[in-house]
Design a protein around this ligand. Sequence first.
Ligand SMILES: NC(=O)c1ccc[n+]([C@@H]2O[C@H](COP(=O)([O-])OP(=O)(O)OC[C@H]3O[C@@H](n4cnc5c(N)ncnc54)[C@H](OP(=O)(O)O)[C@@H]3O)[C@@H](O)[C@H]2O)c1
Length: 301
Amino acid sequence: MRALHIDRFGGPEVVAVRELPSPEPGPGEVLVRVVASSLNPVDVKTRSGTIRGGGPALPMTLGWDLAGVVVSPGDSGLSVGERVIAMSAQLAAGRGTWADLVALPARTLAAAPTNTSLVEAATLPLPGLTAAQTLGWLGVSSGQRLLVTGAAGAVGGLAVQLARAWGITVDALVSRSAQLEIVADLGAQRAVTDVAELERRHYDAVLDTCGAPVGEAVRDGGRYATIASEHGDPPNLSHRGVTTTLHQVKENAADLADLVKLVETGGLRLRLDSSFPIAEVHKAFARFETRGLTGKIALVF
Ligand SMILES: NC(=O)c1ccc[n+]([C@@H]2O[C@H](COP(=O)([O-])OP(=O)(O)OC[C@H]3O[C@@H](n4cnc5c(N)ncnc54)[C@H](OP(=O)(O)O)[C@@H]3O)[C@@H](O)[C@H]2O)c1
C-alpha cells in the first residue's frame, strides 16, 4: 500500500509516497481503506521537526484525520464497506493516517456523515474534536459569553459554530478583515481584527487557537483555554481567579459521533478550500502554508 512518509525533517519535499506493507489489525482494531485525509498545522510541525515535546522516531507516516470505508471490521460491530471517520493521535500512537490502509482501535471510529462526501468528512475529526473537547473543558453553557480567537481557522470556525448551536453568545478575533464576514456567517455575534477592540474582562470563557494576547478579555473567575502550544503556555491569570489550560485533543468516538449528528442536522458546516491527490502532497502543503485560508485542504487517496 501507499503511504505518505518522512525519513527526515524539513520542508514539503521530505514527504514521499512510499510502498509499505499493509497493516495487520490487532485485537479490537478495524482495518480502514482511506479515501481522504486532511492537512492540519500539526502535520507541518511534525514534518519540519518543530513539534513541542518531540514526536515518534523517524521514519514515520504522517496524518491525523481519516475518512474511508471499513475493510475488515474485527469484532467492532461495523460492516464491511461502512463509511467511517476517525482521528488518530499520530504523535502518541505512532499511527499516521496518510496511507491507503490504516488499522485503528474501534473506539476511535464513528460513522461518517450521510450528507457529505468522504473528502469533506475528512476535514472534521481533529479540528472538530479539538473544538468540542476544549469547549467542554471551558464548561460554557447557554447564555454565557465566549471569545474564540483565530475564529476563521479550522478549530476556531468549528468552535464558533458549536457555540452558536449550544446557545452561547460567541465573539470572534480574526487575523484579517476579509474574515470578518465569514465568521459572522458562522455565528459570531461580534468579530474584530484588533485585540484592543475587545471589551476588557467581559467573557466567561476564552478559546484561544492562535496564541493571541487576550488574557485581559476574560472576566475575573472565568476560564481560559489555549490549544496553540507553539506559542507557549497560557498566561498565568490565577491572581484574578481565572483557570487556564493548554488543552490537548483526545481520540473519542462518542464525541465524534455527536459532531457527525450536528453535521447531519445542519448545525455544523464543513468548509473545504481544496483537495489534492496524494501525488500532489507538496502542492497541498504549499497551499496550506500560505495562511489566510478559510477552508480545509484535503488529501485524496
Ligand atoms: N492542542 C491540541 O490538541 C490542538 C488540536 C488542534 C490544533 N491545535 C493547534 O491549534 C492551532 C490552530 O489550529 P487550526 O487547525 O485551527 O489552524 P488554522 O486553520 O491555521 O487556524 C488558525 C487561525 O488563526 C488565525 N490567526 C493566527 N494568528 C492570529 C492572531 N494573532 N489573531 C487572530 N487570528 C490569528 C489564522 O489566520 P491566518 O491564516 O490569516 O494567519 C487562522 O485563521 C494550531 O497551532 C494547531 O497546531 C492544537
